[in-house]
Design a protein around this ligand. Structure first.
Ligand SMILES: [Zn+2]
Length: 296
């Protein structure tokens, strides 16, 4: 089991750490956000999900905004950049955002200038917010000036449609300036290599081109699953978020994912589990996929 450390307090800036082969993995955080519990669990009745997760008086649950630093070879890779600090005060209050990523990266010993690659698994605003920050004259500049940013071309095309269903999540300032300057690489197809030992693969459902990030080193296989499985509470196949554009596809893609992840003992990294950011999986007596991770 490669998990070395999991945060013991909700306020800890470093959520988990593991060394896997030659890769050093640190789960940083942009803090938590308060999302509607019903939206997070879709058609699952509250009578069931409330046994696993506590909701506040507005039916909101705290979700982590996990951002994962992977040091591998000569590269420092950052997966996701949280909600960022370009939100209006109204949105900040609605979601209870905390803007903690800069402090969390500092705690991990990572300066923004040292990040070589930023991967956005998709372009929802809670995954790419710190891609850019606003200057005094309100122009968005890259927060990671020396990084190559990576996203899927299909995500950009979808965001540009500004559909009623999800346009609130696609904020042009998070990615358009980076595309215009050539700092964002847009990948196509179902798979792509990011750098030696790091690969992205599409698992459609949450969005049409949702990416998971595979890290392979020393025969071990950590995988950042992104919103295919947002938290450990979402491991049951049918526990799919209401946000998903194609929930039936999410279930099919989870089956495809579990077949490999369980058999090959992958280390799972969740995007939104504040207390259990990484875990391994096994099958219980009924054949259901369950977590072996430590919760605090
Ligand atoms: Zn998300």
């Amino acid at each position: 089991m490669p998990i070395e450390q999991i945060a013991s307090n909700d306020s800890d800036l470093l959520r988990a750490r593991a060394t896997v082969g030659d890769a050093e993995i640190t789960v940083c955080t942009d803090g938590t956000a308060l999302f509607d519990g019903g939206a997070m669990f879709g058609v699952v009745p509250k009578a069931l999900w409330s046994k696993k997760v506590e909701a506040d008086e507005q039916n909101r649950i705290a979700i982590g905004l996990n951002c994962v630093v992977v040091r591998i070879g000569s590269k420092t890779v950052l997966i996701e950049t949280g909600f960022g600090n370009k939100l209006t005060s109204k949105v900040k209050a609605l979601y209870g955002t905390q803007q903690r990523l800069p402090a969390s990266l500092a705690a991990a010993g990572v300066a923004p200038e040292q990040v070589d690659i930023v991967i956005n698994t998709h372009l929802h605003w809670d995954h790419c917010g710190w891609n850019t920050v606003l200057d005094a004259d309100c122009t968005a500049r890259p927060y990671f000036p020396n990084a190559q940013y990576i996203a899927h071309r299909g995500e950009v095309e979808h965001g540009r449609l500004q559909l009623e269903r999800d346009r609130v999540s696609y904020v042009a300032a998070n990615y358009e300036p980076l595309i215009a300057s050539g700092q964002m690489r847009l990948i196509e197809g179902m798979e792509a290599e990011v750098c030696p030992g790091v690969r992205v693969e599409c698992f459609p459902g949450h969005t049409a081109n949702l990416l998971a990030v595979h890290i392979e080193s020393g025969g071990e296989h950590p995988c950042f699953v992104s919103d295919l499985i947002p938290t450990a509470a979402h491991l049951p196949l049918g526990w799919v978020m209401a946000f998903d554009l194609d929930p039936v596809r999410t279930i099919a893609e989870r089956k495809r994912f579990y077949a490999r992840a369980v058999a090959e003992k992958w280390l799972l990294l969740f995007p939104h589990d504040h207390r259990c950011p990484m875990t391994t999986l096994h099958l219980d007596a009924k054949g259901n996929v369950v977590s072996q991770g430590t919760s605090v």
